[in-house]
Design a protein around this ligand. Structure first.
Ligand code: ZN
Length: 434
């Protein structure tokens, strides 16, 4: 039966892989998955609407496909994100070098014409629905290609897009955060939406986020574990304002039942997002009583402490990069190009770290100090401390010891990234104040 469809074409198409296609190919058939489906985008001159697809075959070859203008709506159902299709009679076009992007494995892309045939491989499965997962079930070891769908109760929405400074001359980016929670995880999840997704049209449907505890869905988010655990938007990400299905319904029910719990989580998030003028000072005992369930990743607290036994043996002095602090064996003041941070104009500089036990009336806690904080704590330049350590000058260190023992100072502390990753609460030194 399937053969009859092709009787109008002169040749019967044969299955090929994407790496066999070029602009001369007319009668072919490829079996591909829509691995990415970009958002409806306006060209930089704002004259053309387009939508980019990334097609993948079973050998892992990938090819860009582009829909223009009204095709975006016309092909909405026919080419779904993560759908698998047999595609034939789609024109293959050469891409000039200057237009190629990181999506392009070959210098060709697929266009879609009126004669293009698109046949779902699994029509019996119907439309492809989001596969919403509990936040706690998303793997913390990250595969850069993996994307996940989640639903969450909205706790916070960043009011305006924030500009992210361009590094090494690259284009600047914009980001806007939405913080959500669900029943699976004490830690609220920060979702960073990038660039086009920071536009007002994506946020207009969340006007009452602070009161309403709205349940919304996200498709195709990428995990990010550099600072705890958060998720980033990607090419295929969509915000779904009225999520459907069992998982979304369960979460709505939970949100109605556990209103107070969500309110508490929101309060903690808002305290971090809108910090007061004053330091939030706690005792070491209070800090030790905190639990993962009532602490969030970005939380910052202060303790007021002294160091009863500062030891010169716990001062570590070394020489390292003036930019990234990476250790080097070059002579002091030597200019060099650092292989660790890739900066060309680095100077070999004195660096110090210091391990100590802080105490207040309620308990003790161990910390490690780095560079600038050691300078602030000792009220000595890194070069001075380096010299004291090199000379093993216990007399000079005694003045520092006395000061640390007698004059209380503030330490700013925050949870290590283990909190977001593993729900394990440990405190890190984030800064020294006076
Ligand atoms: Zn460096």
């Amino acid at each position: 039966m399937a053969d009859q469809k092709y009787k109008t074409t002169r040749q019967k198409p044969e299955y090929v892989y994407l790496d066999q296609l070029n602009a001369a190919c007319k009668t072919y058939i490829v079996r591909v998955v829509v691995a990415e489906k970009g958002r409806d985008t306006l060209s930089s001159k704002k004259t053309v609407r387009f939508q980019t697809l990334l097609l993948k075959d079973e050998k892992g070859n990938r090819m860009r496909g582009t829909l223009f203008g009204d095709q975006i709506e016309a092909f909405e159902e026919a080419l779904q994100y993560l759908g698998e299709y047999d595609i034939s009679a789609a024109p293959i076009k050469f891409i000039e070098e200057k237009w190629r992007t990181e999506l392009d494995q070959f210098p060709y892309q697929m266009a879609f014409g009126s004669r293009t045939m698109i046949q779902p491989v699994h029509p019996e499965l119907g439309p492809i629905m989001p596969n919403y997962q509990p936040i706690a079930s998303i793997p913390r070891t990250v595969d850069p290609d993996e994307k996940y769908d989640i639903v969450g109760v909205v706790l916070y929405v960043e009011e305006e897009p924030r500009k992210i400074e361009a590094r090494d001359g690259k284009r600047e980016s914009f980001v806007r955060e939405i913080v959500v929670t669900d029943e699976s995880c004490d830690q609220p999840l920060t979702i960073s939406l990038w660039n086009d997704l920071t536009a007002p049209k994506f946020f207009e449907k969340l006007p009452n986020w602070a009161e309403a505890f709205q349940v919304i869905g996200f498709r195709a988010l990428k995990p990010y574990t550099r600072r705890g655990f958060s998720m980033n938007s990607g090419m295929s990400t969509r915000i779904i304002y009225k999520p459907e299905g069992d998982r979304a319904r369960e979460l709505s029910d939970w949100a109605n039942l556990f209103h107070q719990k969500i309110l508490d989580r929101q309060t903690r998030v808002l305290e971090v997002k809108y910090p007061g003028e004053n330091k939030k000072i706690v005792s070491i005992a209070e800090l030790r009583r905190k639990k993962p369930s009532n602490t969030i990743q970005e939380e910052l607290l202060w303790i007021e402490v002294t160091i009863q036994n500062a030891e010169l043996e716990k001062v570590h002095a070394y020489t390292g990069c003036s930019n990234c602090w990476k250790r080097t064996n070059l002579p002091l003041q030597k200019h060099y190009s650092c292989t660790s941070c890739y900066k060309k104009e680095c100077i070999c500089t004195e660096r110090t770290t210091f391990k100590f036990e802080a105490s207040d009336g309620t308990g003790t806690m161990a910390f490690t100090n780095f560079n600038d904080d050691t300078e602030r704590l000792f009220r000595r330049s890194a070069a001075e401390t380096y010299a004291i350590k090199e000379a093993d000058d216990h007399n000079a260190f005694e003045a520092i010891q006395d000061m640390l023992r007698s004059k209380p100072f503030y330490i700013k502390v925050g949870p290590t990234s283990h909190l977001g990753q593993n729900n394990v609460l440990e405190w890190n030194l984030k800064g020294i104040g006076t």
